[in-house]
Design a protein around this ligand. Structure first.
Ligand SMILES: C[S@@+](CC[C@H](N)C(=O)[O-])C[C@H]1O[C@@H](n2cnc3c(N)ncnc32)[C@H](O)[C@@H]1O
Length: 636
């Protein structure tokens, strides 16, 4: 219920509004006594507006906002969290190399720092645009829950307070910048040197996003900004200005590691290639042979005589000697009648693609809607990006075996586009989707259809899209003509992992803080509800191993041992020379330890309490020194 104001007008606020009406440039954002953002006046700037002379004071080129320092600290602060596997919600757990991670992307990006450092080829994100209603973030301010809930907030599945950056609170840019800054900084660490990040955005925050990216990625790494004409007719925001397009910024991790960028030719562009002279080398297109008019190099001005005897005297792109070579190789075309201006033949087979174009106008927002309608998910997600748009970015930014990350994944259009492109070009790109389990509004179509949060929508979309893609491949393979090869199926699975508190109990108390119950709990340093698989994934994060590699469980003398990232020998997984062996049983016998050591894993991990006493632990180290001296041994 709304509260009556029961107080007089805030005159300071009124005065700020009045000054703002006269000098809009002096209005800024600052923190109030309650720690919340509010509108304020930049007095230095106001002073300057009222003085003829330059007012003294330090000036520097800087981009800052209220909370920037705190945002930097937030990005650097370690967290006591982990990723817990959820096999029930996964698809093809055993074989897939894709990941679907549920949780706040700030936590996820922190957790992935070691496992995916310098290994992601392409990131695509479509963050909230800060339009006044779309942007939620975790908020630590203490307010009465019910009140808060009703006024402006909502809570995620774990009852974390999510704060809405609404129109009424001024839609603060500072909050948005503070949300984006640490996430982009952490994400850039994950990119390979030749990696690229594509970020969709609209007019509301495009200027702030450019500045943040210039700072984090380095302005030299700015490659360009796509303008996507997303709609044709007038829309709801057309009162004063009709916004038909939005943007996607493109930055590289290290511009010097990128030699070229290509996008594939469209079917329309391919039509420019033909073969009027039946050249055995295939389809070709004629391109200009003359040099630019200003380029009056005497060595390149000469006569070219056509087969029909017509003479063209010009400045050419090639010296006479090189032109002779082109003629000898049948690379010059004089038209069907042999008397036209000479052109250079360029073969389609040599063309890697076109340098990417900034203007995209063949795809519409409504295509994104149709994409999910086609999966039977009509009205389940507002404004998904069209698959074709993301496919276009994947075409430019990824290679066939790349890892692609989207940490604002929404309805998982990026995963859909990755699978689709793999189906089209036989690639084996792998995706990592990250999505907050943000609750669906109870009045929404999604909620009515049974989706409690957005992660559920994302996972269901991937399931439906994947099945459809592989069904189409199957259907096509069943109708092959002679000479045609069957297409391989696409990896349509995904391992689901969820952010949760650490697997470890908090065991670091001062001696005088211990009580009887704590001592009982300390028999184990691991939380009771954690499974072997939870521990395994905790160890993978700790050791910086990727999360989507193969995994085999073996019983050695009735003791469960996990082997992770193992070599494939004769089409079978071998448990020798794996990246990791893990055994989390309460008691592990010496003969089991010996058996694991004989398999010579690169790393091995046990539970602290697997060994009855310290001599037991020392014995394990000795066994590994002897049988597997290159294995690094740890306990948790
Ligand atoms: C604009 S939507 C992305 C839409 C997506 N490109 C698609 O085509 O479906 C942004 C998504 O980011 C999610 N999101 C916002 N804050 C997040 C956070 N801190 N961590 C993870 N996801 C977040 C929102 O729940 C929303 O689904």
């Amino acid at each position: 219920m709304k509260r009556a104001k029961m107080e007089s007008i805030d005159m300071t606020k009124e005065n700020i509004e009045k000054i703002g009406a006269l000098f809009p440039n002096v209005i800024t954002e600052m923190k109030g006594d309650d720690g919340k953002l509010k509108k304020g006046i930049n007095f230095e700037l106001l002073k300057q507006e009222l003085m003829d002379d330059v007012v003294d004071g330090e000036e520097c080129y800087d981009f800052t906002w209220v909370g920037k320092k705190a945002a930097i600290v937030e990005g650097n602060t370690p967290i006591r969290k982990t990723l817990r596997p959820c096999i029930e919600e996964s698809k093809d757990w055993e074989t897939t190399q894709n990941l679907y991670i549920e949780g706040d992307n700030l936590d996820v990006l922190k957790l992935l720092q070691e496992s995916y450092l310098n290994s992601v080829k392409m990131i695509y994100i479509d963050p909230p645009y800060n339009t006044g209603n779309d942007f939620v973030y975790r908020d630590d301010f203490k307010t009465d829950k019910d009140d808060y809930d009703e006024q402006k907030g909502l809570f995620d599945e774990e009852e974390n307070r999510l704060f809405k950056n609404t129109e009424t609170n001024g839609r603060f840019h500072s909050d948005w910048c503070s949300m984006m800054y640490p996430r982009l900084k952490l994400a850039s660490n994950l990119l390979r040197d030749d990696g690229l990040i594509f970020i969709s955005i609209d007019d509301n925050e495009v200027d702030n996003l450019r500045k943040i990216c210039d700072e984090i990625m380095g302005s030299i790494n700015f490659i360009g900004m796509f303008a996507w004409r997303k709609k044709v007719g007038a829309g709801a925001d057309s009162k004063l200005f009709f916004r038909q397009h939005e943007y996607t910024l493109l930055y590289s991790k290290d511009i010097y590691s990128i030699n070229y960028l290509y996008q594939s030719l469209t079917e329309e562009q391919k039509k420019e290639y033909s073969n009027p002279d039946n050249d055995k080398r295939g389809l070709w297109a004629p391109t200009d042979l003359s040099a630019p008019a200003h380029d009056n190099d005497a060595k390149r001005i000469y006569e070219v005589v056509t087969p029909s005897g017509k003479v063209y005297k010009k400045c050419w792109a090639y010296t006479q000697e090189n032109m002779k070579k082109l003629l000898a190789e049948n690379l010059v075309w004089f038209g069907k009648n042999g008397d036209s201006m000479p052109k250079r033949k360029r073969f389609l087979s040599e063309k890697l693609g076109l340098t990417p174009r900034s203007w995209i106008d063949s795809i519409l927002t409504s295509d994104g809607k149709k994409d999910i309608v086609n999966l039977g998910l009509k009205g389940i997600f507002d404004y998904p990006k069209p698959i074709k748009l993301i496919e276009n970015f994947l075409d430019i930014g990824s290679q066939k075996d790349s890892v692609i990350l989207d940490f604002f994944s929404g309805s998982a259009t990026t995963a859909h586009a990755v699978m689709q492109l793999n189906a089209e070009d036989g690639g084996n790109r792998k995706f990592i989707m990250v999505q907050l389990p943000e609750k669906c509004d109870e009045k929404s179509e999604a909620y009515k259809a049974g989706y409690k949060n957005i992660s559920e929508i994302g996972k269901e979309r991937i399931r439906r899209a994947g099945d459809k893609i592989n069904k189409k491949i199957n259907d096509n393979n069943a109708q092959l003509k002679i000479g045609e090869e069957a297409k391989p199926k696409v990896d349509i699975g995904f391992r689901v992992l969820k952010v949760d508190s650490t697997n470890m109990k908090d065991v670091y108390y001062a001696a005088n803080e211990y009580n009887q119950q704590m001592l009982a709990e300390l028999e184990t340093n691991i939380k009771e509800d954690r499974t072997d698989l939870d521990l395994l994934y905790g160890v993978l994060l700790d050791w910086g191993l990727p999360l989507s590699l193969n995994h085999r469980i073996e019983k050695i003398e009735n003791t469960t041992v996990h082997f992770y990232d193992c070599p494939v020998v004769d089409a079978q997984l071998s448990t020798s020379n794996c990246s990791l062996a893990a055994c989390f049983e309460d008691k592990v016998s010496e003969s089991v330890v010996r058996e694991i050591a004989k398999r010579q894993p690169l790393r091995v991990v046990f539970r602290d309490r697997s060994f009855a006493d310290s001599p037991g632990k020392i014995n394990v180290e000795e066994i590994f020194k002897l049988l597997a001296p290159n294995t690094s041994v740890k306990v948790i």
